[in-house]
Design a protein around this ligand. Structure first.
Ligand SMILES: C[S@@+](CC[C@H](N)C(=O)[O-])C[C@H]1O[C@@H](n2cnc3c(N)ncnc32)[C@H](O)[C@@H]1O
Length: 242
């Protein structure tokens, strides 16, 4: 759960970094509609709401909603943004066919493969209007032994097809991690370091290792980033509800 300030800061930096990497906040062909105004946009699992507030600033004539099970919502927000407490597994607190654009990012570590297949995409499609777009952004993550599939991104297109979506598209970008990747690579070292540091207690308990051994391993990993030219990938999938 993202509750402490350090993790909120990490998500905010990550948002701006990913926006730069991708050259924008989304890939779906909906910019003109959003600019014209009157559209309804939902960000599911919005965390501190950085994406939804950024979108609301870019498109002041449309309406934006962020929903999350944890309420780390900002107190200051653009006037066209609202936040709601709620979850995608228990059922989103919105009627069918409400939104023109539904967005969800960074969830690979949150849902099991079975949930992705039977609940998540189906629920996102439920609140989407016919003709509206669903966009999912994620990376691959290491999360073995938790009934999760760290490579769920490889299944997303198939899940979208079986959820009745059409015009499915897929894009990906490479994200360098380490000095070898210039300023972006250096920023990513901080981001990934802070992600692992946030998981320090969990990992040391689960792996039964001492915190100081964890720190040593993390330092060794950092030193190897430039040797192996380490990188991550970010994926976006977008599709229309028929
Ligand atoms: C890694 S954060 C990403 C936040 C935001 N999308 C971003 O990229 O900055 C994942 C978020 O998903 C939320 N989340 C986890 N399970 C959820 C669920 N079942 N329904 C809605 N949100 C959920 C968490 O509370 C957390 O805020």
């Amino acid at each position: 759960m993202i509750t402490d300030e350090r993790q909120v800061d990490r998500l905010q930096v990550q948002h701006h970094l990913f926006r730069t990497l991708w050259g924008g906040n989304f890939c779906s062909p909906i910019a003109e509609e959003l600019r014209a105004g009157g559209s309804y946009v939902l960000d599911v699992g919005c965390g501190p709401g950085t994406w939804i507030c950024d979108m609301a600033t870019d498109f002041p004539n449309s309406n934006f909603t962020g929903v999350d099970i944890v309420t780390t919502f900002p107190t200051e927000r653009p006037r066209n943004v609202t936040f709601k407490n709620g979850g995608v597994i228990t059922g989103l607190p919105f009627p069918d066919n409400t939104f023109d654009f539904v967005h969800m990012s960074s969830k690979v570590l949150y849902f099991t493969e079975a949930e992705w297949r039977t609940k998540i995409v189906v629920e996102l499609v439920r609140v989407l209007k016919p003709g509206g777009y669903l966009e999912l952004e994620d990376g691959d993550g290491e999360c073995y032994n938790m009934n999760m599939n760290p490579f769920i991104v490889q299944q997303i297109e198939e899940i979208m097809v079986s959820s009745g979506l059409i015009n499915i598209r897929h894009r990906e970008v490479v994200i360098p991690i380490g000095n070898w990747g210039g300023n972006l690579g250096v920023l990513m070292v901080d981001l990934v370091g802070s992600l692992f540091y946030g998981l320090r207690d969990k990992i040391t308990n689960q792996m039964k290792i001492r915190p100081k051994d964890f720190d040593r391993i993390l330092e060794t990993c950092k030193n190897e980033l430039d040797v192996y030219k380490t990188y991550a990938k970010s994926y976006r999938f977008y599709a229309m509800k028929a």
